[in-house]
Structure formats: structure tokens, C-alpha cells
Design a binder for this molecule. Sequence first.
Ligand code: SAJ
Length: 425
Amino acid sequence: MDFKKICIIGLGYIGLPTASMFATTGIHVRGVDTNLEIINTLKTGNIHIHEPGLREIVTKAFNEGMLVVENKPDLADAFIIAVPTPFLADKKADMSFVISAAESILPYLREGNLVVLESTSPVRTTVDLIVPILEKSGLKAGEEFLVAYSPERVLPGQILQELVENARVIGGITPESAQAGKDLYRAFVKGEIILTDSTTAEMVKLMENTYRDVNIAIANEFSRLADRFGVDIREAITIANLHPRVKILNPGPGVGGHCISVDPWFFVEEAPDLAKLIHTARLVNDSQQDFVLSLVERILGSLTGKKIGILGLSYKPDVDDIRESPAIEIARLLVSKGAQVNAYEPFLKKEIDGINTVPGIIDATKDSDLILVLVAHTQFRNLDVSKVSQNNKHLILDTVDIIPATWEQSGYKIYHLGNGHEWNR
Ligand code: SAJ
């Protein structure tokens, strides 16, 4: 199939990079978002996402006239849906963005079109939710228009490179649908393109992120066991990973972001009787924040009135994304225990409810009873001791293992997450 013009619905972390990537290949791209703030930001030459290299490629696409952004779709050869699928308070998938995106395509859907869903979704979404909506057009899916599911697999922080290089799975509701998806993504994907059916592709996506969640959960559980048994978890993992078939991930303050901490719930929601390990892993990772709180209380005793300087609030290093961030949950827990929190987040975009954010490392650490390191931002890695205020109690809890031991020469006592040695010294 030949694609001259495509519409991408959703200009977020995936939609915008994907839109600009297609625009570099000679395809005319219309980026669509219902959020007028995003449209206006982009139209005025700005960008609402922090992602290395993205600004340059978006600007180029605009300048060459290959990318336009509007708040509704238009006629096109293909439509790609890349909107968020967050979860609701009861951990059920919130499919409302996907539903409205599919509905917004309806007036523009024509015979011969291809519609691709990229949003991570519960298994069977393409056949059970997307197809019935699109067939309200009067056209028959798989015959008069084609439908495929192709999950993004890119890592925030390396999106542009991974969009091109990663293997991509494309699942069609018919083999022709999958093949059309391949014809489309071949425009920029250099990695292998694997074709399958849409339900398999949906399950593959959830399996990938669930696999990682379960593996991080065991690392986090090991960190609690190491704490109890008087073992340094980092040393133990380093040694265990010398085994040729063992690869334990890193324990930390918990699992955040809109993918790994969310997607496993889709399995739990759809098959609670079967997804038992998956459910437990989620609970382990979500309770890692309580573990961090217990360590802070072990160091400081009662937290009432204690000043805690937090370094990092995003969900992982060097991104500005705070969705499901464990650091934010920890900050809130500390506040609920009566602590006075001063948090510094270098990528902060706007104020965060209930957490006092400050403009720099010095402000966060000044007069603190404890410095709590929650995100391994490059700016905090191997931080020079002179970068923090000297007026503090010289106690640090480093949950991500980045503060150099040399700080001890400046009188600091450094605690780590999952290091049972440190409490008995
Ligand atoms: N984390 C740990 N320990 C580790 C690794 C990660 O605690 O050893 C934490 C991070 O700090 C973070 C969370 O896990 O809070 C998730 O971070 P991540 O870097 O593992 O993943 P994401 O959510 O940024 O991106 C993931 C990726 N999925 C996989 O690696 C299987 C990415 O490829 C997906 O495209 C993305 O989810 C997505 O959109 O689904």
C-alpha cells in the first residue's frame, strides 16, 4: 500500500515523535490532539515534551511543511491512534481516550484506509472495541478498510533512536491489515517487522512490560530481605549476576511511569483468577515506597517537624515525566507523617499538589535533617559535595546508589536502600 497522507491522533510522548518521524520520510502528516494548549504550543514553535533530539526533528518537519497540527482529523490514507490508556482509581483501564480517538476518525474513514492502534490496551481491544466503533461508518473492517495493532516499544529518553531501530510487531485483524501496517512503518523502521494477529500483538506488549515489572519486583523484594539479613543488596546482585543465566535488575524506590506500573493491571483486570503472580509483583513494587518511608523513620525517628530535602521527583532519570512517580508518592507519605519536605526536581514543569518544590539543590538541602535521593538524574550522579548546602545534619538516604562514598570524608553518613550492613555500624 502507498501512503501519501496520514493522521496521527494524540501528540504525546509517542504520537509526536512518531508524527515527526513519518514527516521526515516524505509522508504528509497531520498531528491531531484535542488539547488546544498542546496545539498552540506546537504552532508557536515550542514543544511540550522533554525528549533528546525531538525539538530538532519537530522543527524540521514544520519548516518543510510535512507536519501540521490541528484539533481534529482530516481525510487521509492511514490513521494512527497514539493516545494514553491510564488506569482509573480501581486499576481498571481508562479507555475513554481510545474510544474518542476512534470516534473522531469516523467522519473521515474511507474505503481502502488503514487504522492502526498504538496505545497499550487490554488484550482484544482492537477486535472488541476499535472495530465495532469504526464499523459505525457503514464500512466493513478487514474488507473495506484495514485495522492493525502495533504497540510502541520505545524507551523514554531514547525514543527517536528506538523508534527506528527496535523490532516492531504489527498485528492485523486480517493478514492484509498486518501487511498494510508493515508497508506504512517501513517508511522509517529499520528494525525487524514481525507480522501477527492483533490480539497476539496486544498480548505481546503487555507481556513485555509485565515481565519487566515482575523482575523489578523480585529485585525490590530482595532489597528488603537483604536489609533484614544484614546484606548489601547491590553487592549481592553484582555477585549473583556473574552467574551466566542470572540477570537481576536494580532495586529502587518503586516502579513508576505510564507503562510498566500500569500495563500489568490490564492482565489483572481481565483475568484476576489467572494473573496472580503479576498481581503480587504489582503490590510488591507499589509498597516499595512504604519500605523507603520505614527507612527514613528508622534514621530520623518521628518525622513530625523534620526537614527532608528530596532530590528528584520524576519517575526515572533524565525525564520530565512524573506519572505514577514513586518519588512523588514518597514525598506525600513523608508530608502525611508531619515532615517538612523541600523537593528539587530539575525537569519540573509545574507545581505538584501537596509537595513543596524548590528551585535548586542548595534550597532542597539547606537545614535538612535528611537528604533523600530518589532519582538518579545525571545532574545528581557523582554529585560534588560542595553542590549541597553545608547547613544540614549530614545524613543521606540514597535510594538509587549514586552518591559517592567520598562524602563520608566531609562528615556525611550515607544510608542505602537494601543495605543491612549500614544499620549496625
Ligand atoms: N526501574 C527499577 N529498576 C530497574 C529498572 C527500572 O526500579 O532495574 C524503575 C524505573 O526507575 C521506573 C520504572 O522502573 O520507575 C520503569 O522504567 P523503565 O526504564 O524500565 O521503563 P519505562 O516505563 O520508561 O519504559 C518501558 C519500556 N519497557 C520495557 O523495557 C519492557 C519501554 O520499552 C516501553 O516502550 C515503555 O515502557 C512503554 O511505553 O510501554
